[in-house]
Design a protein around this ligand. Sequence first.
Ligand code: XBP
Ligand code: MG
Length: 253
Amino acid sequence: MAQLEALIFDVDGTLADTERDGHRPAFNQAFEEAGLSWRWSVADYAELLTVTGGKERIAYFMQRHLPEFKPPGDVQAFIADLHRRKTAHYLRLLREGHIPLRPGVKRLLDEARAAGLRLAIATTTTPENVSQLLEATLGRESIAWFEVIGAGDVVPAKKPAPDIFVYALEKLGLDAAVCMAFEDSQNGLLSAHGAGLSTIVTTNDYTQAQDFQAAVLVVDQFGEPDQPFTLQRGEAQGAQYVDIALIRRLLAA
Ligand code: XBP
Ligand code: MG
């Protein structure tokens, strides 16, 4: 039977609710700074989130919603400039402490480390965003808890392609059968599942109505002993929060 060796985490929506009050306002601040009247509302952003990656999201928005718009100069350079500005605003929001970890994340990471499990990250977001989130929430030393941080453009095809999870597995030197992935979105689940990984999904407002049939467990949060999760799909086997014992049982099932 496969013995659990590593946990591979998505970042946005899984470790922290970064999208609505982090990435989204950072895009809007970049647009304003660049003299553009574009603004993405909380509702608009639900559709835009179906495209992973900030640069890809801006490109999709321009094609889908502003087909007549012609940027000055090269379109890729225009998008890259907007995205650089966006990243600077997002990093500032993180540094200022606006974005906390989701319930149960710190406890689960502490338990995993105490149990000698290996940790990795597989995300479409920009690498600096990951290190800044970890530093702001868990302290600078926490960056080193993760043996592999697979992020952003390190693979050409972003989620739902499996590439970023395949990258993390290759860097860990592990078979998918001994790892559990953690995701919050259908694109993320498709990516992890495509890499052969069992996956636990924690939903949020933007993703709760998505299709998570391929997940081994779907809950609204990792939860805490005094803050149980709500089970949305799968067998929690009597557990009220996601801990290492539950992850081991789900992997073995
Ligand atoms: C997260 C994303 C990211 C962020 C933006 O997807 O889609 O693109 O919204 O990050 P997932 P960048 O959680 O599935 O990895 O602007 O840095 O690309
Ligand atoms: Mg996510």
